[in-house]
Structures are given as C-alpha cells and as structure tokens.
Design a protein around this ligand. Structure first.
Ligand SMILES: Cc1cc2nc3c(=O)[nH]c(=O)nc-3n(C[C@H](O)[C@H](O)[C@H](O)COP(=O)(O)OP(=O)(O)OC[C@H]3O[C@@H](n4cnc5c(N)ncnc54)[C@H](O)[C@@H]3O)c2cc1C
Length: 421
C-alpha cells in the first residue's frame, strides 16, 4: 500500500458495497486503501430467500457468505460496526463496533465515501405486520414463513403485494417515479406460492391474490412485459388487484388497503416501503426522503468525493440487485480514474439504467426479464421456462463459488442463454 493512498470508506458490504470494494481493488490495487463497514459479518444473498423458504431450507445455512474472509483476500479492511452518523464537512463516519454490547462509539476519516447501506425495510410502519404478516426479505422472516408453511398453514387464501414507496423528487429527470420499490419479488412470490400450494395438495394459483399500490404491477419493466405476465398469471388462475394505494393494516382475516378495498387472506406475504436510514435524512448529500443524490457517475454533485451505489442511491429505482451491480461498477471506475489507475476513455462509462431479473415461478420454472422501456429504451424481453430457473440457481452458485467475483462474462452469458437459446 502506498503510504499516502486515499482512504475509501465503503458503508455497507452487501451486493453494492462488496462489489465496489472488489472492483475497486481490481482496478486500483495499492493506489487506494479500502475499508468496508457493515453491521453484520456476512453477505446475505437476498433474492433466493423465498426459494429457500418454500423448499423448507434455512437461508442462514445456504445464503450467508462470510464478509471478513472474502475481503481479507484483497487486503481490504472489514469493520464490524453499525454506522450511526456521517459528517460530510469533516469527512468523518461515526460507528459503533457491534460484536459485543458496550463497545465505545468510534469514528473513521475518509477521503472517498461510498454509501451502499441499502434501506430500512419499514415493516414497523405497517399496522398488524408483527402479528399477521410474513415476508422473505431476510433470514429471520424467511425462516418464519418456512415454519408457518410447514407447520401452521391451514390452506386458506394467500395475498402477496407491496406497500407504497416514497421516492425523493430530486432525481426524477434521470429515473421516473415509482409507486412500489421493487415488484419483482411480489410477482415471484405470488407465482411460486401458487405452484407450492398445488405441489402440497392445496388448490393452487386460484387461492393467490397479487396486489400493487400502482396502476400496473412491476411498471418498471414496461407495459408489454407486464401484459404478457398478467395474461400468463390470469390463465393459471391467479387473482390481481391494482391501485390499492397503500396497505392500511393487516388483520387475522386479510389485508385492508388505503383505497377502501380489502382482500381475504390467511397468509399475507408483504413487501414494505423501502425507507432511507434515519441518519442519512437531512444530510447535504441526501434528497428530500434521505436517498443519496448522485449524477450518472454516481457522484454527489456538491461533494464529488461522496459516491453511492445500490438501494441507498436515489437513482436506484426500482431497488434491484442488478441496478446495484451497474452502479457499483461505475463507482469503482470513477475512483480508479481519480487515483490515476484508469484513463478517462476506460473509466467514464456513466450509469445507464435497465431492469434485468429472474424470478422463480415454482415447478422448476422461472421468468427472465430484460427491459429498459421505463427509462425510454426499446428493449422489453420476457422469457419463461426451465432455463431461467436453472440460470437463477447457477448464478447463486457462481456467486458463492467465486466469492462475489462473478466473472464479467457471467451477466452477458446469462443474457445470451436466456434470450437466444
Ligand atoms: C425478497 C427480495 C427478492 C429480491 N430479488 C431480486 C432479484 O431477483 N434480482 C435483483 O436484481 N434484485 C432483487 N432484489 C433486490 C436486491 O436484493 C437489492 O436491490 C440489493 O440487495 C441491494 O443491495 P445493496 O447492497 O444496495 O443493499 P442491501 O443488500 O440492503 O445491503 C445493505 C448493507 O448495509 C448494511 N447496513 C445497513 N445499515 C447499516 C448500518 N447502519 N451500519 C452498518 N451497516 C449497515 C446491511 O447490513 C447490508 O449488508 C430482491 C429484494 C428482495 C427483498
């Protein structure tokens, strides 16, 4: 390490933070010193939690990857700590080492700050969620659903859908405004639940209602793709409710919506509002909700040494791992250019949003979507079948096998296989 190498402090070590750390190390090597702070010591492979829960497998056993070990391979420092405040003017982050209670609050200085902290998934704002709600957004809730399905479920109706998302208003010239944060997961869980019900001796898709606060579910993948998905779902017997506006409350009987309607459901699988962390609100780098404002180079316009990637970024709409991946690559290139390790020609590739995702549908089938229509492009691809399902599992295996360093042919290959074969 060069003695005066700029210190890059990355807040958050899940998909966005880990990828920035690994790509920056690959591009800049000793020209930077990198520290990653996360409140947990492992990466959680979020997209496969639903699949694990429905297969009665513990996501803690299959979807956690040690962060410290992975980062140590690149000589990147890992700090197990909870970030509590950021002081932009003095370039300082305050955190609490959280391995054992009682640790003394500590600070760290940065030359570059990368905010990759994701968001708070605000289940605590949904009345009745604690008693009556289920979800698949983390290990705890994945296991809770698993135990419910395999021990307590009585075979009643199922409702799957989202609360309303509250997006900031400062970057709507780059990304349109969404009414739900991320609707691939509700579509995926709705469809895979229908298959699960059938496989376990219940009726099947006819028992499942998928709902959205918006005019159209998964609006960010484009109307053509949504029309095809809805027609496929309705042929299979799924019910669909749109324009629910928001979730008012969950009860033992079902879900009540802000628009006055309701749906009966024994099992309620809910995706909440994605809300920025409280300590990011009101900072000079944050928008009116608390998401980090950046240009397409993922730099804050007022503080160019502050960059952001993933769900914490105001440009990450929808909140998607694919978008975190695109943005992380931009962040790594930007810093590598600054420290003289990439030329402008090599490094200046700004963020170009698109949606690319694979969702489980049960029965070893999945849907694959690749679209940029919502951002003004022309691409709208939907493929369904066994191949996308294999790709979803292969991608996870490749991610774990390469310790997060999926080779750069990984994505194009998945695209080629899903779209051309
Ligand atoms: C059920 C579900 C299914 C999904 N499926 C897909 C999919 O199929 N494809 C896809 O592309 N995307 C999918 N997504 C979205 C994807 O998971 C997110 O977009 C992605 O995880 C964002 O990565 P991130 O690193 O920005 O944020 P996160 O993954 O949320 O990581 C944030 C990190 O910051 C840490 N952190 C938070 N607060 C603090 C703090 N105060 N101090 C220290 N550390 C902190 C957290 O511990 C965490 O490690 C899905 C999401 C859900 C919920």
């Amino acid at each position: 390490m060069k003695p005066k190498a700029p210190h890059v402090v990355i807040l958050g070590g899940n998909f966005a933070g880990l990828e920035v750390a690994q790509q920056l190390h690959a591009l800049a090597g000793d020209a930077v010193r990198i520290s990653v702070i996360d409140q947990k010591s492992y990466l959680l492979f979020v997209p496969n939690i639903g699949l694990e829960a429905l297969s009665n497998r513990d996501p803690a056993a299959s979807l956690h990857m040690s962060l410290a070990g992975v980062l140590d391979e690149d000589k990147t420092d890992f700090i197990l700590g909870q970030v509590q405040a950021v002081d932009i003017e003095s370039q300082r982050v305050d955190y609490l080492p959280n391995e054992r209670p009682g640790a003394a609050p500590t600070s760290i200085h940065y030359d570059y700050l990368v905010v990759a902290l994701g968001n708070r998934l605000a289940f605590d704002q949904i009345e009745g969620f604690a008693e009556f709600g289920h979800t698949v957004t983390d290990t705890y809730y994945g296991n809770r659903l698993r135990h419910f399905l395999f021990h307590d479920y009585k075979g009643g109706p199922v409702a799957v859908g989202s609360a309303r998302f509250h997006q900031g208003t400062q970057t709507t010239d780059i990304v349109p405004t969404a009414e739900a944060a991320c609707e691939g997961p509700p579509v995926e869980m709705g469809m895979s639940m229908g298959s699960w019900l059938k496989e376990h001796g219940y009726q099947g898709p006819e028992q499942v209602t998928i709902f959205t606060p918006a005019e159209m579910i998964a609006e960010d993948v484009g109307a053509e793709v949504v029309d095809q998905l809805l027609s496929l779902a309705s042929k299979k017997g799924y019910h669909y409710m749109n324009r629910t506006h928001d979730i008012k409350r969950l009860t033992a009987e079902g879900v009540e919506f802000e628009n006055g309607s309701s749906v009966e459901a024994e099992l309620k699988i809910i995706f909440p509002d994605w809300v920025p962390h409280q300590f990011l609100k009101g900072l000079p780098i944050s928008d009116d909700q608390g998401f980090i404002v950046t240009d397409r180079n993922m730099r804050n316009p007022k503080y160019p040494n502050v960059l952001s990637a993933g769900d914490a970024s105001a440009l990450a709409v929808p909140k998607l791992g694919w978008i975190a991946h695109l943005q992380a690559a931009v962040v790594a290139r930007q810093i590598a250019m600054d420290v003289g390790q990439l030329s402008k020609d090599e490094g200046a590739l700004p963020f170009k949003p698109s949606v690319n995702c694979i969702g489980d549908m049960g029965h070893h089938q999945a849907f694959y979507i690749n679209s940029d229509a919502w951002y003004g492009g022309k691409k709208q691809v939907l493929k369904t079948g066994n191949l996308p399902y294999l790709l979803k599992n292969q991608y996870k295996d490749l991610f774990f096998r390469t310790r997060g360093k999926v080779p750069n042919w990984g994505m194009p290959l998945a695209e080629f296989v899903a779209e051309k074969l």
